[in-house]
Design a protein around this ligand. Structure first.
Ligand code: ADP
Length: 163
C-alpha cells in the first residue's frame, strides 16, 4: 500500500460512479481524501456543505476515506495535505482530452504531483452528475445512479429551485 491520495472534484452531487472510484482508490492507497471543490464559477446546485455531507454518508463504511473541501488550486491543496497523488476518473473517450490537459497543466505547475486515472465499473461509464440533474428535473427514477438519500435531496433541491 502506498500513501495518501487526493480525489478532487465537484461532486454535485455524488453518484455511484464516484463511489465506485473511491472504493477502488481505497484498495490501492493507504488513505484517500475526497476533496470537494468550491467551484463557485460552475454554479453548483448543492452547497459545499451539502456535497461534503452527502459524500460522508455515502462513504461512511470505508475506513480509510475522509471527505474535505478546498478552494483554489488542487495542487496547492495536495501540497497542504502532503500528498503527491491526484486521482481522477476516466469514463469515456470524451473525458480524455480535458483530463489529459488538466493533468499535464498540473504536472507543469507542480512536477512532483502525479495524476492517476481509474476507470469505473462499465455500468457507470456513462454516468455524470450533470446528466443526472437533467434527468432528475424531468422526474426520472435515479435509484440505479445514486443512493436514496441523494435522489431525495436532488428532487427536493430541484423542486425548491423551480418554485
Ligand atoms: P469535475 O467538475 O472536477 O469534473 P466531477 O465531480 O464531475 O468533478 O468529477 C470528479 C472526477 O470524477 C472526474 O475525474 C470525473 O471524470 C470523475 N467521474 C465523474 N463521474 C464518474 C463516473 N461515473 N465514473 C468514473 N469517474 C467519474
Amino acid at each position: 500500500m502506498c500513501q495518501k491520495a487526493i480525489y478532487p472534484g465537484s461532486f454535485d452531487p455524488v453518484t455511484y460512479g464516484h463511489i465506485d472510484l473511491i472504493k477502488r482508490a481505497g484498495e490501492i492507497f493507504s488513505e484517500v481524501v475526497v476533496a470537494v471543490a468550491h467551484n463557485a464559477h460552475k454554479n453548483p446546485l448543492f452547497s459545499v456543505k451539502d456535497r461534503v455531507e452527502m459524500l460522508q454518508k455515502a462513504t461512511a463504511g470505508i475506513m480509510n476515506v475522509t471527505v474535505e473541501h478546498f478552494d483554489g488550486l488542487v495542487i496547492d491543496y495536495a501540497k497542504k495535505q502532503k500528498s503527491h497523488i491526484l486521482i481522477r476518473g476516466l469514463r469515456m473517450i470524451s473525458d480524455f482530452e480535458y483530463e489529459f490537459q488538466m493533468a499535464l497543466t498540473n504536472r507543469k505547475l507542480a512536477p512532483g504531483i502525479e495524476t492517476i486515472f481509474l476507470m469505473p465499473q462499465e455500468s457507470y461509464c456513462y454516468l455524470s452528475s450533470k446528466l443526472l440533474k437533467e434527468a432528475a428535473s424531468l422526474g426520472a427514477d435515479l435509484s440505479s445512479f445514486v443512493p436514496d438519500f441523494v435522489e431525495a435531496a436532488l428532487k427536493e433541491k430541484l423542486r425548491d429551485r423551480d418554485n
